[in-house]
Design a protein. Sequence first.
Length: 381
Amino acid sequence: MTEFKEFKIADLFTKRTVKGFSKVKEKVIYTKDGYHVFGQNIKYQFPQKVLLDSKFLFEVNPNKPIIGYASSTGSVGMISESFYRSGNNGAFQALIPKFDNYNYRHMLYLLTCLRKLFSSKNYTTNINNVPEWIVTLPIASITGKIDFQYMEDRVKALEQDRVKALEQDRVKALENYLTVTGLDDYELTDSDRNALSYKPKFKDYKIWNIFQVVNTHSISKSQVEKLPEGNTPYLTAAEGNNAVFSYINCPEDWIDEGNCAFIGGKTMVVTYQEKDFCSNDSHNLALYFKQDKYRTPLIQQYFVGAIRKALSQKYSWGDSISKTKIKKDTISLPVNNQGNIDFQYMESYIKAIQKLTIKNVVEYKNKVIGKTKEVIKIKKS
C-alpha cells in the first residue's frame, strides 16, 4: 500500500513574484518569434505571441515547468514556456521546484494537489500564505522521500484513461447526432453537394404575412423553482443549449405549442423548438408557419437561420423585438422557377448542412484525440 506524508509548500517550492508590464504604458508587438502573455487566470491573455522589453520576460525551461498562481483571482496553473505577464501588481507568483529530478507528469500531479487546495480557499483572504499550506504526497516506504515514480505512473494511467474516454465520446457523439437528425451517415451525396453549390433566387417576404406570431406565456424563475422536474422544456433568452434552461412539470395553461421558431425577445436568440414548451417571458415570440404541411423540422430550421440573419443585428437588449415591431420586418427566402418558396431546396440544404456539421465535429474530435496522443508521446520522451 502506498504511504503518504504531509509537506509544507515552502519545503517543495521557492516562491517568486513575476514582474508584469503595464498594459497602458507598454506597446505590444505581435510576432511569431515572441512569447505568450499570461493573464491573472494563468491562461493566454491572447493567442498571438508578442515581443516586449527583455526585463519583462520570465524564463522557463520547457522540460522543467513551474506552477503559477494569482492571489488576486485564486487561479493556479502550470507554465512550461518562457512568458510575460500582464499587469504590474504583485499578485502573480511563480512556484519553482526545489527538487531537480522532475518532469512534466510530476508537475501535473502536484498541480492537481494544489488546485484542490486553492478550490477550498477564499482568494480574498487566504491566498497570501501559500508557502505555509500543507500538501499530502506519496512517499517511498524505504527512504521516506517523495515517490516520484508513483506520481508519474498515476498520471500515465490517467492519460490512457483520457484517450479511451475521448474515443468513446467520439463514438457516442456520432451516434447521438445521427439519431437526432435521422441520418444513416454523414457522407455527402451528389445531391447534397448540388444543394450546397446551388445558387437560388431569393425573394423578400413579410414575416407577418407568412407566420402566425404570438407572444409566449410568462413564468418567472421563482414560479419554476416551485415546480418539480419534468419533460417540458423551460426556455429563456439565454445563448446555448437551444435556449433550454431546464425541464419542468409545467401546468397545461402555461404551455406553448412547439414545432416553431422561438425568439428570445430581449437577446434575439432564435431557435427551432420541436417540442411544446414553457417560456420565461411574455416578450418572447413563437412563429408558426401558416402552411402547416411545410412545418417540417428541416424547413423550420431553415426559417430559423433566415430569421436570425434578418433580425439579429436589428434588435438588441435596449431595443428589443416585439409582436408590434415584427409586423414591418421581412426575411429573404429561396424561390423556385415559378416564383414560389422553394421548400424542396430548403430541406435539401439543411440536410446537407447537418451532414457537414457532423463531419466537422467528428474531424475535430479526431484532432483532439490525435493531439492528446501526441502530447502524451512528447511527454514520454
